[in-house]
Ligand binder design. Sequence first.
Ligand code: NAG
Ligand code: NAG
Ligand code: NAG
Ligand code: NAG
Ligand code: NAG
Ligand code: NAG
Ligand code: NAG
Ligand code: NAG
Length: 377
Amino acid sequence: MFNKYQGGLAAAAVLLGAPLADAANTFTVSTKSTLAPHLAGFSSSSDPTAPTTNAALKVVVPVQAGNDQTFSEVLVDTGSAILWVGAMQAYEPGPNTQDINETFSVGYGVGGVNGTAYKDRVTIGGATVDSQIIGSAGYMYGFTLEKPIDGIVGLGPSGSNYGEVSGQNTTPTFVENLVSEGTIDEPVYGIYVGPLSDDAESVGEITFGGVDESKISGDIAWFNQTSSLHWNFNATSFKWGNLTSDADAPLYAVTDTGVLPIGIPFDQFYDMLDMISGATLDESSLLSGNIIFPGNTTADLPPLEIGLGDLLFNITADQYTVPTSLYSSLNITDDGNTHTWVGSGGPEALTLGQKFLEQAYSAYDLNNKLVGFAYLA
Ligand SMILES: *[C@@H]1O[C@H](CO)[C@@H](O)[C@H](O)[C@H]1NC(C)=O
Ligand SMILES: *[C@@H]1O[C@H](CO)[C@@H](O)[C@H](O)[C@H]1NC(C)=O
Ligand SMILES: *[C@@H]1O[C@H](CO)[C@@H](O)[C@H](O)[C@H]1NC(C)=O
Ligand SMILES: *[C@@H]1O[C@H](CO)[C@@H](O)[C@H](O)[C@H]1NC(C)=O
Ligand SMILES: *[C@@H]1O[C@H](CO)[C@@H](O)[C@H](O)[C@H]1NC(C)=O
Ligand SMILES: *[C@@H]1O[C@H](CO)[C@@H](O)[C@H](O)[C@H]1NC(C)=O
Ligand SMILES: *[C@@H]1O[C@H](CO)[C@@H](O)[C@H](O)[C@H]1NC(C)=O
Ligand SMILES: *[C@H]1O[C@H](CO)[C@@H](O)[C@H](O)[C@H]1NC(C)=O
């Protein structure tokens, strides 16, 4: 989750097999996508694959810390890099808690939080860190769309949490600590955000220490990170019907599990509005800024074609249309129009939020500063 879209630099995909193959050998990752949310991650202490729950509007994972507490709705955010809990259930220092006499404070694009920082033993799924900096929420504002949440686990790039804990410049993330404590060999992780089903929550997973090969088809396309603060990289192409991004211009992309929409390049976004008669910008719902198509165009809406290296992800109209079952939680009035998850990503820029990630596997390599994508199996 973030509030600025930072452009990266230059646009070529790399297909690297090596870092992955090594990392994958360090863990035998079982597929746990059918396990029940909230409980499953703790049923097997040797399983490094923590189930995440795509609760329609956010990806959450249960986190154990404090006084033998389970914080079940902790938002998975690849756009930040600090761990805090205690927004719903107060954090209580427990047998493994060290009082470090520090505070923490983080501002996100959609809210902010501060409070006391501790070191504690923290478990996510089968993965445990003995000495993890964890924030205990004291004061919090915002997060309208995300609430209720228990906290946020940041899976952003190393060193991107500068100044968030008093007395420290940057602090190690959960994944960095898994490596330094010897639990995983490589600071590599993979995220599968299960596509949302109509009726209920769907289950995805995070794999620490490698990727879950059973969730992907073909190779992962890896991209050099172009900003140290977020998972920015250069994408390759964008197309929607006859609207295409300029092949000679850069196409700056950022991926973030903590944001919901798919942001497409500014020029094509406004061309879309001009081209479809009756198309408007959402001005009143919680998806303010997204495009709304008149109901009569539904049948003709082409897919969003997003090219990342050699991979081409087609996000179909069905996939970028907001289901009516979510209208009330998003304050959308059922006016017969087609409300979408599609907004502007900024000039020559793509934002690949949760609604994109439901259709792709993503992978992160902290040492080599790479972000990768693969087709889902
Ligand atoms: C990615 O970075 C590596 C190491 O800095 C470099 O060798 C490679 O050429 C870069 N790839 C691209 C596509 O920029
Ligand atoms: C805790 O930190 C405050 C502010 O830095 C300092 O004044 C105080 O002495 C510290 N307390 C302990 C017990 O270290
Ligand atoms: C948290 O923010 C509130 C409101 O700005 C402020 O009053 C409070 O002192 C802050 N607490 C910490 C621990 O930073
Ligand atoms: C693009 O497609 C739209 C809708 O089919 C059409 O009205 C428009 O003329 C086309 N534009 C170009 C440049 O082909
Ligand atoms: C669809 O409805 C809009 C108004 O809501 C109108 O401007 C447009 O011409 C209609 N398009 C078609 C293809 O009927
Ligand atoms: C909900 O929508 C109405 C108009 O449809 C608007 O007046 C109101 O401000 C919206 N509420 C929120 C929380 O966005
Ligand atoms: C993506 O959609 C376009 C337009 O409908 C189609 O031509 C293309 O074959 C699709 N590509 C893939 C990889 O599904
Ligand atoms: C990303 O694209 C920009 C603009 O074209 C370029 O300057 C930069 O070198 C590219 N970076 C990588 C890692 O490809």
